[in-house]
Design a binder for this molecule. Structure first.
Ligand code: SF4
Length: 505
């Protein structure tokens, strides 16, 4: 690492009060870290609780979070030496990543980001620009693994009586919600904005939140945990739609049952009519189901959506049967009705009056129904934070923000949040998505504007940073960050499922 990396960086000599605010009369400090500009009395905290006045000094209440790799068997131990600091004997310090969690925010944005850290990583002079971004344009997408019908698409979603989002397009085996966004944060009443912000904050920090869907269910959502729908903990994510379930298990049913109907709100499958049944030479059973036939053995709209069998409102499975053709059906033939999770299933035999009578399920059939269950993954809630970092936040990184956007789009600058990988949307701006369970705990904060505070880091080669118009005078070495903040910092183990944020991807 070249010595100029650490030569008298402009931020280094400044106290936190000087960097993020100002001292006023009577021991009051002003916090400049967001547009609220709190005037904080001694011993008190600002409106967001993130800054306090400790003996006349502005103090960040949460520690800076460092993510560290621990050495594993076979790792080479390289003594840390940044060329400016004394080696303290710590063998893994260059395997430390300074996240933006607890780093603070500079406002207005033209001020350089709180930390611009240089690291010599694998022989490359690397710069990471670290800041807690204030996201007025942000929200969460929630994936709830369930075949239950939670509410109609576009239905409003409420939390504590306030509208905070809506039901969006369902995905394969999951219901989807879209919460937050600038319209709920800023476009409604003050209370709507506040509750929306609280809801997003709790969800992003992996708290449990109860949501109510207009005309639908109530669901408790917690990232990485099973949803609780109308008081019942969901267990399984469906193996596929009804047609896919037929396709997967047709061969295993063949020879043990005459027909199978897999009840599903979206696509109900009928084995004897389905292509899978045709390929196995399964003869027609004469049993017809309700709904609209899409293609052979695949039916839409067999019932109304609901919390019954397969996400329909069916409680009695036989209510799905429209007709039994006595010219085709034969007494004694058997029928399995199941759902796509195998959680509901019944076995029937056709009697001499051409009525289906529930009979004991043969062991061979139970085995396949159980296998449906085995193939279902556990039902989980996934919370994905989405935010736009394409605005003024970029000025804290470089004097010419569009160059940063371009370098991110060209994958020359890596973006991470709390050291975790993000997905960057194509098109204009820097619109990012991150799985909150891959981030350190309590990564998120808020300010009462209202907006969500989220960590964001930009990592790029130092020469590129200079080319982009970066704040070169504010670069500090990793060593000096460790010396100044290392003792009080929270040190989290790196999550091995994440790529190391300094590694070229
Ligand atoms: S709300 Fe928080 S960040 Fe904003 S000025 Fe007040 S203390 Fe500072």
């Amino acid at each position: 690492m070249s010595p100029e990396n650490t030569s008298d960086p402009k931020n280094a000599a400044l106290s936190m009060t000087e960097r993020f605010g100002a001292r006023e009369a009577d021991g009051i400090v002003r916090c400049d870290a967001c547009p609220v500009l709190c005037r904080i009395r001694p011993g008190k905290s600002g409106a967001c609780g993130r800054y306090s006045n400790s003996e006349g000094e502005l103090t960040r209440t949460d520690p800076l979070v460092l993510v560290q790799k621990t050495l594993e068997d076979g790792d080479t131990m390289i003594p840390f030496n940044d060329g400016a600091s004394e080696w303290d004997g710590n063998l893994i310090r260059n395997e430390t990543f300074v996240t933006a969690i607890g780093s603070g925010t500079t406002y207005p944005d033209y001020k350089p980001a709180p930390f611009i850290v240089s690291t010599d990583y694998k022989g490359l002079d690397t710069v990471t620009v670290v800041s807690e971004g204030i996201f007025s344009y942000c929200g969460v997408k929630i994936k709830i693994d369930t075949d239950k019908h939670l509410g109609h698409e576009t239905s409003a979603v409420y939390c504590k009586g306030e509208r905070v989002g809506h039901v969006t397009t369902g995905e394969y085996g999951s219901q989807m919600l879209s919460l937050g966004g600038v319209n709920h944060l800023t476009g409604g009443s003050k209370k709507e904005g506040r509750i929306t912000c609280e809801t997003l904050l709790a969800l992003c920090n992996r708290g449990a939140v109860e949501l109510t869907i207009d005309g639908g269910s109530s669901v408790i959502v917690e990232a990485g945990k099973a949803p609780i729908i109308d008081g019942v903990k969901e267990q399984r994510m469906r193996v596929g739609c009804g047609s896919a379930t037929i396709g997967i298990f047709a061969q295993q049913w063949h020879g043990h049952v005459d027909d199978v109907i897999v009840v599903d709100e979206h696509i109900t499958g009928v084995l004897s009519e389905h292509q899978a049944g045709k390929c196995l030479n399964i003869p027609p059973s004469g049993i017809k189901v309700n709904g609209r036939r899409s293609t052979p053995g695949r039916y839409f709209n067999v019932a109304n959506p609901g919390l019954g069998w397969g996400g329909t409102d069916i409680v009695d499975p036989l209510s799905i049967i429209k007709d039994i053709d006595q010219n085709v059906a034969r007494p004694g033939q058997t029928l399995l009705l199941t759902t796509t999770t195998g959680e509901e299933s019944s076995f029937f035999t056709l009697n001499n009056d051409y009525q289906l009578v529930q009979t004991e399920m043969p062991a061979e059939i139970s085995k396949v129904v159980n296998r449906i269950g085995e193939n279902c993954e556990p039902s989980l809630c996934s919370v994905i934070f989405i935010g736009g970092a394409g605005g003024s936040l970029r000025a804290g990184v470089t004097e010419n923000p569009v160059k940063l956007t371009r370098s991110v789009k060209q994958s020359l600058t890596r973006v991470s949040m709390g050291g975790s990988p993000v997905y960057i949307w194509p098109g204009g701006g820097i619109t990012i998505m991150v799985d909150v369970t891959r981030m350190p705990t309590n990564s998120f904060g808020y300010v009462p504007t209202p907006a969500i505070v989220a960590p964001i880091e930009f990592t790029l080669p130092k020469d590129l940073y200079q080319e982009l118009g970066g704040h070169m005078d504010y670069i500090v070495s990793l060593g000096s960050v460790m010396e100044q903040f290392g003792e009080d910092a929270r040190k989290d183990n790196w999550i091995p499922a994440n790529p190391w944020p300094l590694e070229k991807q």
